[in-house]
Design a binder for this molecule. Structure first.
Ligand SMILES: [Zn+2]
Length: 277
């Protein structure tokens, strides 16, 4: 692990942009959730992270100036629960989208200002523009810092692990559409919700789209040979190179691929069994 990825140590990544990693490392979170601080005179916090008192204190200490805004990329529990705590302490305004119903959601997050696609937070120092990027989560927003063209991607693009697409809130079709949409933006670097900065945005996005489409091609290939297979059998075929202990998780991604094919009229199901059309 590089020193810059140590939890609790604020690192300046660009003028007026700092990263502070929450102390919640794990299989799904990598070194921990990245909390970003934007601005120097007045600070915006992006993704304050899980509800950990120590992390909230570290954010306030690192800011070194009034925290006026708290933006969240989405409402999974490793990204938004500290927003309420930080807002209570600083009086900052909370921005983002409300949590949809469902498991793994932080329903304590309630934005003072709901942001839609293209909405911006404009301050004296900087402008952050929200881009609605459903796929990993239906209420997912990326934030583009104007001028420096830094893109905060939350869990839409991570560094070091594959993004989980868990239906029904997650959608593979929307995920790929959102990636293609981001590719059309002018972006200098990607600042992900987990892991280090990604310096070649277009190459990164191309790789992810490619990787997903390769998996989709494998789904189609295996489905052609094993028609009417239930998910739990198909997963071993499609993810045959993946450790079988991860197949339970992979089954969610497989379902996401199948639902995309269904939406496109390329596959259908009979109960739990899937086949190509
Ligand atoms: Zn997430």
């Amino acid at each position: 692990m590089s020193e810059s990825l140590v939890p609790g140590v604020a690192v300046e990544l660009a003028p007026g942009v700092r990263r502070l990693i929450a102390p919640n490392p794990g299989m799904m979170t990598g070194p921990g959730t990245n909390t970003y601080l934007v601005g120097q005179g007045e600070v915006a916090v992006i993704d304050p992270g899980p509800a950990l008192e120590s992390h909230v204190e570290a954010i306030v200490a690192a800011a070194g100036a009034p925290i006026r805004w708290i933006l969240v990329t989405h409402t999974h529990r490793d990204h938004s629960p500290a927003a309420r705590m930080l807002a209570a302490e600083t009086g900052a305004e909370m921005l983002g989208q409300v949590a949809p119903a469902g498991p793994h959601q932080d329903d304590t997050f309630s934005p003072d200002r709901a942001l839609g696609d293209g909405d911006a937070l404009a301050t004296k120092e900087f402008v952050l523009r929200a881009l609605h990027t459903p796929g990993h989560a239906s209420n997912h927003l990326c934030y583009l810092l104007a001028g420096q063209e830094l893109l905060f991607t939350g869990d839409h693009i991570m560094n070091g692990s594959t993004v989980v697409i868990d239906p029904p809130d997650g959608s593979m079709r929307q995920y790929l559409d959102s990636l293609r949409r981001l590719r059309r933006e002018s972006v200098a670097a990607i600042l992900p919700g987990h892991g280090d900065v990604l310096r070649e945005p277009k190459a990164v996005i191309d790789w992810i789209v490619d990787h997903r489409l390769q998996r989709e091609a494998k789904v189609v290939e295996k489905l052609a040979r094993h028609a009417d297979s239930p998910l739990r059998e198909l997963v071993a075929q499609v993810y045959d190179e993946v450790d079988s202990r991860l197949h339970q998780l992979a089954q969610r991604s497989l379902l996401a691929h199948l639902l995309k094919l269904e939406e496109e009229g390329r596959a259908m199901r009979d109960g739990e069994r899937w086949r190509l059309i």
